[in-house]
Design a protein around this ligand. Sequence first.
Ligand code: ADP
Length: 473
Amino acid sequence: MLKVLICASEVAPIIKLGGLGDVVGSLPKSLEKIGVDADVVVPFVPSAKIEGLKVYKSMDIQVPYDGESRSVGVYATKLPGSFVDVYLLKYDKFFGEAGKSAFLNNMAETKIFSFFSRCVVELIKTRFNTYDVVHCNDWHTGLITHILEDELSLERPATIMTIHNLSYQGVGDTQILKEVGLDSSCHKTIEWDISDGDVNFLMQGIASADFVNTVSPSYAKELLVQEDSSKISQVLTSRQDRFIGILNGLDYSAYPREFNADNYQSIKSLAKKNLSQELGIDLENTPVFSVVTRLDPNQKGLDILLEVLPEVVERGGKFILLGSGNKEWEAKFKESANKLGLDNVSINTTFDTELAVRIYEASDFFLIPSKFEPCGLTQMISMWYGAIPVVHAVGGLRDTVKEGKTGFLFDKYSAVAFKKSLNKCFNTYKSPLHSDMIKECLKADFSFDKSAKSYKELYDKAVQIRQDAFVEI
Ligand code: ADP
């Protein structure tokens, strides 16, 4: 049986900061169903939700870092609802500072995750010959492949690097390399990378993994055609024969619903009524538009969203935002709500996964105007709850939403194009097409089981590449 170690900064529902956590929580459960035995390793951060889980300390490992041997506790638990083993690595001095917010992407974080990468390799060494594949996710795990090569050389497992979002690369001080024990003169790509004064974790992972993938076929294409001479683009282009896109899926068991094609109207009405009371805004008998997102102005299309809000309200729509992570944009949306009326717009600036579900349930339309979107999960979740997604046609949004069937797409990133799609929403609201589209959305299947099959194929390929390399030598 193929044995895989999935390494990441988060795993839902234990640690969830964004979509990465959802994916890392879903993938091993779906792999389990098709006979792939995957473990997960994450840092034991203070925000880890372990209430009700059996967590036991399995061992201490000694991790060399910055000239000292550090004792790291390896705690084991099961991913809820599965037999998947999750290892939580405890070292409060570093991991006590992590897990507060996704995508901080600062220098302190790169140090923390360089240490995490070293810990993961030490864990793999203590479990020598256990893993066939080490599956790294995003920049946090970008140094693992190099360290693994140094430590185990030919005996190392095959490696995969998954890019969940290329815009977060983990750029750190070159001093980190010394601390983590990587000799740049032994790795050509590191030498080339640090010639400009810093080290790019994600780029290192892309350069040195046996195989690289990202989280949708369209995003994979977009990354290869982007006109940019950055080093990371050059590296990705050089690896295009070992680079594919695999669409993420959703773990539907994490999103219980009562909806079906027969009862969705009454359930949605009830959800609107309840949410009206909770948020103090009357949502009943009006089209409800909503957004649940990290407030990332570079990615999530916040500028054009803010621009179209007045029109949504003028035309009789109600708008709900659940978004956090950027004080400036929180203030901008609150200011707009004050102007447009708090009985028309509800701005909620917390990170609250349960409120998120109540919003999905109560919404008619779900807005995702992202400038770019590697895969995106919120369009899949909104469809599941019968809220029609309105999306900018990029990345995974393009791969999952069908115009006029399961949603509305606009091609050009502009408020004008966005408004045209919103116009379609108002024209469709309560029409026969609306019911047809909701029924299509409720039927859409993005279960992770499909993605897991593709990951299994990828793992098999990586193992084959590894075996071929072994034979050649
Ligand atoms: P990203 O990974 O870029 O944040 P995704 O669409 O892939 O975007 O995943 C976002 C996930 O995080 C979804 O499950 C969404 O419901 C959740 N989410 C985002 N913001 C919030 C919030 N403020 N409160 C609760 N859940 C949120």
